[in-house]
Design a protein around this ligand. Structure first.
Ligand SMILES: [Zn+2]
Length: 156
């Protein structure tokens, strides 16, 4: 069991994340799934996963099993998504990811990249919400906001 803050993640889920990272790097498509849990404990399970090419970034299609609640999501940032860009640096949450995590009230957001899996847990402090995140434009602003407003965990 892997600990991410108060959450427990089974190695099998991490393995699945790593497989998605590999597949995404091959075809350039983002892949992901919802992260779910029961009300009884903090063991994370995954929402339904996509298969083959139908596995897109449209995580809304991933559903938690009955009796479980959606607490967050995982998605990949493929290296080859925009071939002209240097995608090696997109191993962190994008501005869009930050806004979505607030909008969806995510308790945990994990990003999969060749450099590894990073999970973010929002801090409940002043100046850290969707409204303040809305104005983020530059990479530096975004990085600063991430460091200030999220706890970061790297999963090996
Ligand atoms: Zn993203």
């Amino acid at each position: 069991m892997i600990k991410v803050d108060k959450y427990n993640i089974q190695p099998e889920i991490v393995q699945q994340m790593n497989e998605y990272i590999k597949k995404s790097n091959k075809d350039g498509n983002e892949r992901g799934f919802k992260l779910c849990k029961t009300l009884v404990n903090d063991d994370i399970s995954t929402g339904s996963r996509c298969v083959g090419n139908y596995c897109s970034t449209d995580i809304t299609k991933s559903k938690c099993d009955k009796g479980k609640i959606n607490i967050g999501s995982f998605h990949t940032h493929p290296l080859s998504k925009v071939s002209k860009n240097d995608n090696t640096k997109f191993d962190i949450m994008s501005n869009q990811d930050i806004l979505l995590s607030y909008r969806n009230k995510e308790e945990i957001t994990c990003i999969g990249h060749s450099k590894g899996i990073k999970c973010y847990i929002p801090k409940e402090i002043e100046g850290c919400d969707g409204v303040t995140a809305y104005g983020l434009e530059t990479e530096d602003e975004s990085k600063h906001f991430l460091n200030k407003c999220f706890k970061k965990f790297e999963i090996k």
